[in-house]
Design a protein around this ligand. Structure first.
Ligand SMILES: [Zn+2]
Length: 308
């Protein structure tokens, strides 16, 4: 059984403890810190499902988790012997706060600055928008146990079944493919590959100029460094193990929707993209830059995405 995390993207729970400074873009990142229950548990390769308390927003796979340190103001109950953080401001009644632990009432909580560990996922590659596909009531029932936490454990298989039941099977297949790509023995390599991303991209830009390897010249601002060595037998860093790709092309390449056919060295575009002329037109064309030196990596990519 694969682990999935139902995480609250917005809503009351996110203000608990004063979560200033979160920068969530549901399709790309999710941030939390060590004051949140389950904070240490999500791992690279796990499924992440974001919701807004009313319904599902989308599903992805965690590619990377960055950790850091930060200072944070924590607010606690000021009553003698309590010190818990279980209270929210009341809309009408005064005093403003009533502690759910000791039932004491107060207007001014104790404030204490403490150091916390911060966590931030990267999960843009496999993101599938599933806005409104499942209501909050169903998502709550899918969790392993009842909870009010902003990070809740569930089984990916159960979530898949529920999504299939409402007819979003194609999106589920994309997410599951991405999960297998990231977890299929590549877990550590994906993390390592992301180290030094900015430097790697700068080197590729210097070497090739502002050219998408598959589609041709493009402004540098839309070009990303695609790592090929997560597909290699060993994880050694090597410039030939990277391609500059336009951001949208990069994502389709990571998912295997665009690949290089080892037999012809031409681009191969999945029939699923036939409805999109700009992508369909790439099928059968030669890449915009010579890729001989990256051949072994591209063959491994092909083998992983097209040989079954
Ligand atoms: Zn209290």
């Amino acid at each position: 059984m694969a682990t999935a995390w139902l995480v609250m993207a917005v809503g009351d729970d996110r203000s608990h403890g004063g979560n200033d400074g979160y920068d969530d873009d549901p399709a790309r990142h999710y941030s939390w810190d060590s004051t949140v229950p389950n904070s240490e548990r999500p791992a690279v390769g796990d499924v992440i499902a974001l919701w807004d308390k009313k319904s599902l927003l989308g599903v992805s796979v965690i590619e990377d988790i960055e950790t850091g340190r930060a200072e944070k103001d924590r607010y606690t109950c000021p009553l003698p012997g309590c010190g818990k953080a279980d209270f929210k401001p009341r809309k009408k009644k005064r005093p403003v706060y009533r502690c759910n632990e000791c039932y004491g009432e107060f207007d001014v909580p104790n404030a204490r600055r403490e150091e916390v560990t911060t966590f931030r996922t990267r999960h843009a590659t496999a993101w599938v928008d599933m806005a409104g596909a499942l209501p909050g009531s169903v998502l709550r029932q899918l969790c392993d146990k009842p909870s009010q936490h902003s990070i809740r454990a569930m089984r990916w298989e159960r979530l898949q079944t529920a999504l299939a039941g409402v007819g979003v099977t194609a999106s589920v297949t994309i997410a599951e493919q991405a999960r297998r790509t990231i977890t299929g023995g590549h877990r550590e390599r994906v993390v390592r590959a992301r180290v030094g991303q900015a430097e790697f991209r700068a080197r590729l830009l210097e070497r090739h100029g502002p050219v998408c390897a598959f589609t041709g010249p493009a402004p540098a601002t839309v070009l990303e460094a695609a790592h090929l060595y997560s597909y290699a037998a060993n994880g050694a860093h090597h410039d030939d193990g990277g391609l500059l790709l336009r951001r949208d092309v990069h994502r389709l390449f990571d998912l295997g929707h665009i690949a290089v056919d080892p037999a012809t060295q031409a681009l191969d575009v999945l029939p699923a993209l036939a409805a999109y002329p700009a992508y369909a037109a790439l099928h059968g064309t030669a890449p915009a830059v010579p890729l001989q030196r990256s051949r072994a990596w591209l063959e491994a990519h092909w083998a992983q995405h097209r040989s079954h």
